[in-house]
Ligand binder design. Structure first.
Ligand SMILES: [Zn+2]
Ligand SMILES: [Zn+2]
Length: 258
């Protein structure tokens, strides 16, 4: 089943409307899709302003009611994980009629390492990777989220540590399993400097070994990118031994054949 659970509209940092994203998904053979605009407790320019959250809910519900292309449409959000703000995050999630919540780490303290590329030249990259994985592990252990987003985003701009990441992959996979979270295969890394999906193949191998459930997400910010590289992604998952992917309804997980 082709399911795309990660995309952004004009309400956060995407460009297009819900209707445009749905039409594109339909054209690309997506059977089930979910909107996941950015929501952040910490003010961030790419996130939906808190006062627009009601509009986000209305837009998704309208799209579901119109059912223009016969797709199954889910309501998700991509929520920033900010350590120490778990309670506020939980309260915000509780107010939303979500089918699933993607928990993502984009911030390291006040640095948004997802967009502010200039900083990479000023930091200790080995230390950055260790801190990054620690935050991802914490985000899973917090149990706030259904899906962990792009779980090796540290590689986005192709800065790599001098040590092997295998131990961190293994430890992180164990923590995901213990926390009973799903992890997304996010195909957008293919169009970033790192030029590969998140997470990378050796990390996916550890997730397969520990039987961590996988979701699929394009992280599209424009309608042309909905479902991007999904044929490759599904081929890769099958080659790694995955036979099912996860879908969510009102935060209940169910596995479906790929
Ligand atoms: Zn993200
Ligand atoms: Zn995203």
């Amino acid at each position: 089943m082709k399911i795309d659970y990660h995309m952004h509209t004009y309400l956060s940092d995407g460009r297009d409307t819900h209707e445009q994203m749905i039409a594109s998904a339909s054209y690309r053979g997506i059977e089930e899709m979910g909107f996941s605009d950015h929501v952040s407790i910490k003010p961030a320019r790419w996130a939906i302003p808190i006062e627009n959250i009601d509009e986000m809910v209305r837009r998704v519900q309208t799209a579901q009611a119109e059912n223009a292309h016969g797709l199954i449409i889910k309501f998700g959000v991509e929520m920033d994980y900010i350590p120490g703000m778990e309670k506020q995050i939980q309260e915000l999630i509780a107010k939303l009629p979500v089918d699933y919540v993607i928990g993502s780490v984009h911030f390291m303290d006040d640095w948004n390492f997802d967009t502010d590329v200039i900083e990479y030249d000023n930091i200790d990259i080995n230390r950055f990777y260790r801190q990054y994985f620690k935050l991802v592990q914490q985000s899973a252990a917090s149990k706030l989220f259904d899906i962990i987003g792009h779980c090796d985003l540290a590689k986005k701009f192709a800065y790599y540590p001098s040590f092997s990441l295998n131990d961190l992959y293994e430890k992180t996979a164990q923590i995901f399993k213990k926390a009973n979270v799903a992890v997304e295969l996010n195909t957008s890394g293919r169009i970033k400097p790192c030029n590969e999906f998140y997470p990378s193949v050796p990390f996916l191998e550890r997730l397969a070994y520990h039987k961590v459930p996988i979701t699929l997400g394009s992280d599209a910010h424009i309608e042309q990118n909905v479902g991007q590289f999904f044929d490759d992604a599904l081929t890769m998952l099958k080659a790694l031994g995955f036979k099912e992917i996860a879908r969510f309804t009102k935060r209940q997980r169910e596995m479906v054949k790929i």
